[in-house]
Design a protein around this ligand. Structure first.
Ligand SMILES: Cc1cc2nc3c(=O)[nH]c(=O)nc-3n(C[C@H](O)[C@H](O)[C@H](O)COP(=O)(O)O)c2cc1C
Length: 332
């Protein structure tokens, strides 16, 4: 079975190619984990079924909270709870990385108490397909504010290391902040972070990658989740994803985690296993690091078939595990 084959991701040997995708479960209070968060991670990663577990998105700064029940990596006091999750996953036998995120225009003043920020003053549906865009238009970040926010991503990555994670997953998908910089739909800037060149659209990502690598070194596993395509006129294209992924690889990313852009994590009219496979297949042909594909996988057979078709090197599963905590036990 291809799914059972080991694979290197950076310096880390993953014992198989099945990945638990990040799923924000709405169980945190004031950014801290609860007993329910611990229980869910224990039940859903039991037995070490997954070569890699990506812990749900954590906000790197309060004005980037995607919801009131989201996990935080924005404060040193978060480290203790983050460590509990890393320990659970490690004891269950999997490699663990923490996703770090800023929601940009997806953060609402109603629960952050703060104005939202973005690349431009445009608000779109973020995170959840068909949810309503934030009615408050975000404030475009100045260049010095971009640099300040980059430092927050870097500090969050350092906290993940202190909490014992094997690495981080930088969130640039589902129309959240880094995706807002990447997509020409949400990035109308004309400065060096502009929305009309790949260099401008990925400058913030590349500065964060460099900043994190400088601080935590080359050993930790660095994954980047890219909303590779918007599947809409005037949005990001598969060709853009390929160009960006080449830049991310050159900057020191170890694993490319492919998902959707402003369409979020689903793709209208496409419900088959691996519905973002057109992006991951094109990226896989263009880079030398492993590529992860998530979306629509319901059975182990689906995952194996996608590997056989060379759509990706690893396969992520989200909702099927939420529905059945023991999903994938047959892998053992
Ligand atoms: C309830 C829920 C929470 C999610 N939370 C996150 C998250 O924290 N970070 C992320 O990148 N994607 C998140 N996603 C997207 C999933 O990681 C995954 O890409 C999506 O569910 C498609 O895969 P699936 O068909 O296997 O569920 C979430 C999806 C759902 C349904």
């Amino acid at each position: 079975m291809l799914l059972n084959l080991e694979i290197m991701a950076g310096h880390h040997l993953l014992h198989n190619r099945l990945v638990k995708a990040p799923i924000h479960d709405e169980t945190c209070v004031d950014g801290y984990i609860t007993a329910d968060t611990e229980k869910n991670y224990y039940e859903r990663t039991k037995g070490g079924r997954f070569g890699l577990v990506v812990v749900e998105h954590s906000y790197v700064r309060k004005d980037g909270m995607a919801s009131p029940t989201q996990l935080s990596s924005s404060r040193d006091t978060d480290i203790e709870g983050l460590k509990k999750l890393a320990d659970i996953i490690h004891k269950n036998g999997s490699t663990a990385i923490l996703q770090i995120n800023h929601a940009g225009c997806g953060a609402s003043r109603s629960f952050t108490g703060l104005p939202s920020v973005s690349a431009s003053n445009i608000s779109v549906t973020c995170g959840w397909p068909d949810s309503k865009p934030n009615p408050d238009l975000p404030k475009p970040l100045t260049v010095s504010e971009i640099h300040e926010l980059e430092d927050c991503y870097i500090a969050a990555a350092e906290r993940a290391m202190k909490a014992g994670y094997d690495g981080v997953n930088l969130h640039s998908a589902h129309a959240y902040l880094l995706n807002q910089f990447f997509s020409p739909i949400t990035n109308k800037r004309t400065d060096e972070y502009n929305g009309f060149t790949i260099e401008g659209r990925t400058r913030m990502h590349l500065e964060i990658i460099k900043g994190i690598r400088d601080r935590i070194g080359s050993k930790p596993l660095f994954a980047l989740r890219l909303g590779g395509c918007d599947y809409t006129e005037g949005g990001s294209t598969i060709e853009d994803a390929v160009k960006a992924c080449r830049l991310f690889e050159a900057a020191g990313v170890d694993l490319l985690d492919i998902s959707g852009g402003t369409c979020c994590f689903t793709r209208k009219g496409h419900n088959y296993p691996g519905y973002f496979g057109d992006i991951s297949e094109a990226v896989k042909k263009a880079v030398h690091i492993p590529v992860l594909l998530t979306g629509g996988v319901r059975t182990i057979k689906d995952a194996e078939q996608l590997l056989k078709e060379r759509k990706a090197d690893l396969i992520g599963v989200g909702r099927a595990i939420t529905a059945h905590a023991g999903w994938g036990m047959e892998m053992l």
